[in-house]
Ligand binder design. Structure first.
Ligand code: HEC
Length: 124
């Protein structure tokens, strides 16, 4: 005899199936985002973790802390005129209300942050 899949009519199983679909769909959504994660600009994670609170996600210094400490937007003429050496000096030694990161981040991380600042400067 041919076995009718009675359990397909069981509402409990239907729920299980829906849940499995949701898990699968969520997994696919994650995979979909994976290329973005791996293509993330070097320095971006450190920037978001350490700098964005004052300088803003896009470097516009449009956060409350950025405004009260008078940080400049990265794409403004003041910062655009700064050389990489100047930027590195500010990151390492601090300036005004900007904290010094010397010893807190590596040389490599600092140069990636500078690259990321340039990326924010040219982002439209
Ligand atoms: C507590 C707030 C704060 C944090 C966190 C912070 N900064 Fe700043 N940053 C400032 C302020 C304020 C200035 C302006 C300094 C001045 O007036 O001389 C500044 C200045 C700068 C400048 C020079 C351009 C400007 O706005 O004058 C650069 C580049 C910079 N910061 C990069 C960074 C990086 C990279 C990080 C993370 C590693 C970071 N900052 C974290 C507050 C902050």
């Amino acid at each position: 005899m041919f076995a009718y899949p009675l359990n397909a009519l069981n509402p409990e199983d239907e729920k299980v199936r829906i849940r499995m679909w949701l898990v699968a769909a969520f997994g696919l959504a994650l995979l979909e985002h994976a290329p973005h994660l791996s293509a993330q600009a070097p320095g971006q994670i450190a920037y978001i973790a350490k700098c964005a609170s004052c300088h803003g996600m896009t470097g516009m210094a449009d956060t409350q802390a950025g405004k009260t400490t008078n940080a400049q937007p990265f794409n403004g003429s003041t910062v655009a005129a700064m050389s990489d050496a100047t930027l590195l000096g500010i990151i390492k030694n601090g300036s005004g209300k900007m904290p010094a990161y010397n010893g807190k981040i590596s040389e490599d991380e600092a140069s990636k942050l500078i690259q990321y600042i340039h990326q924010l400067q040219t982002a439209k």
